[in-house]
Design a protein around this ligand. Structure first.
Ligand code: ATP
Ligand code: MN
Length: 461
């Protein structure tokens, strides 16, 4: 039985079988207490062995240490101890796998998250990482449920792409060429006709452009998959491989887009609050004080919406408190995003209508000729969590913008076709899944909310 199921039983006096890993062992003269965890809940279960009552128990119990895998059978009883309401009176014990106490790196004391990152193959056995992964699991399901209940189709966009989704971020190249001796053309340049795809190929930085193909045919779709950016920055909010949720909706303008983004975020928050209460209480106590009530408040308050121009106005009023000045035309720095969410709004804020020059070519231009219908959702502690926009559906306007930016329409011929045949207003956004987990759990570093983080100089174990 799973330990989470055992702890939910409201009967005692029944036989149970516990399978898990020993977190700690406490030895007294007549009894041995084992705390066993199987990753299904924070608490784990306490097993009590009375030394005299088991056959050859003492020798066996001596070999049990933190980290061992064990199978225990026994009787579920009310616990006289303070911490737990039930425990198991152990009657048999099998040591499935031993763990040498001299070398097993996880001992009962608290380890730093930095240290745990160095043992990614064992940090999965800690309370913090397990709580994160349970919340991550719940959020994944919440994402699917939200969209599925609203008639969105889950579309799998490709991981390998030949398209440069201009501006989204630096790309990783995919090649089977012999890097020490690639084929070269007359000019000495690498000849990609000899490469696997016959052209340059990359790992995808976004599934948006392909999602548009399906939105402009099936109305509402979403992608949810891994995304790759060669971010050469060492921040606590950027990974080289992260998961992104990207809905795309036809017949939807920027206001509809914001409504969906807000409802979507609130749905995922509520779902975690109602289904991961124990884990959230853990984060509240050990990771980010007050996060439980903060999240509850967010669910019940309307998100503030303001234009980029208004945001700049607020930031300028704040004066010289920033290391980068806020100036109309420049992108918001994360310190600006924090200031807006933490000082001005005290909650999430949706900033709209950014200058076109700091946003991607496909965003719909406003009549002012200077701004585009972009919408970023910013949250306290993190800054940007969602980036989205209404897309430019007018072929002439899109074409002109691409020309200004030096993009070749031939390279995007299929994207132009979507505007040539049955074009209609449409919108979508991208949510960084790990940023969502960070926001909900209060975890400070994005490397601690994904099972195996990939970032600059870090791949593998
Ligand atoms: P930022 O300015 O924070 O680097 P961005 O503007 O480059 O983000 P978008 O291209 O708008 O990001 O991507 C959509 C969302 O994907 C972002 O709002 C963010 O939540 C997430 N995201 C972007 N880059 C990363 C990354 N390197 N690691 C994790 N999440 C990311
Ligand atoms: Mn963005």
């Amino acid at each position: 039985m799973l330990i989470s199921d055992i702890l939910r039983l409201d009967k005692t006096g029944i036989p149970v079988k516990v399978e898990g890993w020993v977190r700690s062992k406490r030895d007294s003269k007549e009894t041995v207490f084992l705390s066993i965890n199987d990753g299904t809940c924070i608490e784990g279960i306490q097993v009590v062995f009375e030394k005299g009552k088991m056959n050859s128990a003492e020798d066996l119990l001596k070999q049990v240490h933190t980290g061992c895998a064990v199978t225990v059978t026994g009787n579920l009883t009310a616990s006289p101890g303070g911490r737990q309401h039930i425990e198991v009176q152990g009657s048999s014990l099998v040591i499935e796998g031993t763990a040498d106490p001299e070398s097993y790196p996880l001992q009962k004391k608290r380890h730093s998250l930095e240290f745990l990152r160095e043992i990614a193959h064992l940090r999965s056995r800690t309370n913090t990482i397990q709580a994160v992964m349970r919340v991550r699991n719940e959020l994944s399901m919440a994402i699917h449920t939200f969209f599925q209940e609203r008639g969105f189709y889950y579309i799998h966009t490709p991981v390998i792409t030949g398209v440069d989704a201009e501006g989204a971020g630096a790309m990783f190249q995919v090649t089977t060429l012999d890097m020490s001796n690639p084929l070269r053309d007359e000019a000495g340049e690498i000849d990609y006709r000899g490469d696997f795809f016959g052209q340059k190929a990359y790992l995808s930085v976004t599934g948006q452009l392909e999602a548009e193909v399906y939105a402009l045919a099936m109305k509402n779709v979403y992608t949810f998959g891994p995304t790759f950016r060669a971010e050469n920055s060492n921040t606590s909010r950027h990974l080289a491989e992260f998961w992104m949720v990207e809905p795309e909706m036809a017949f939807c303008d920027i206001n509809g887009n914001m409504d969906v983004a807000e409802a979507f975020l609130k749905y995922t928050f509520e779902r975690v609050l109602s289904r991961c209460h124990e884990d959230m209480a853990f984060f509240d106590q050990f990771i980010q004080k007050g996060i439980l009530s903060a999240m509850e408040q967010v669910v019940h308050k309307e998100f503030t919406r303001m234009s980029y121009t208004e945001a700049i106005h607020h930031l300028k009023k704040a004066g010289g408190t920033f290391s980068y000045d806020a100036e109309w035309g420049l992108d918001l720095q994360s310190e600006h995003e924090k200031y807006l969410t933490e000082q001005i709004v005290q909650g999430p804020v949706i900033v709209t209508d950014y200058p076109k020059d700091i946003k991607a070519f496909y965003m719909k231009q406003n009549a002012d000729g200077e701004t585009v219908r972009a919408m970023d959702v910013l949250v306290p502690r993190l800054g940007e969590i969602i980036g989205g926009s209404e897309r430019e559906e007018r072929i002439d306007v899109l074409g002109a913008r691409m020309k200004e930016l030096g993009l070749r329409q031939e390279d995007y011929w299929w994207y132009m076709d979507l505007r040539r045949y049955g074009s209609v207003r449409h919108s979508g956004f991208g949510l960084g899944f790990e940023r969502l987990i960070q926001y909900v759990t209060g975890m400070q570093n994005i490397r601690d909310v994904i099972p195996f983080p990939r970032c600059v100089k870090t791949v593998g174990f």
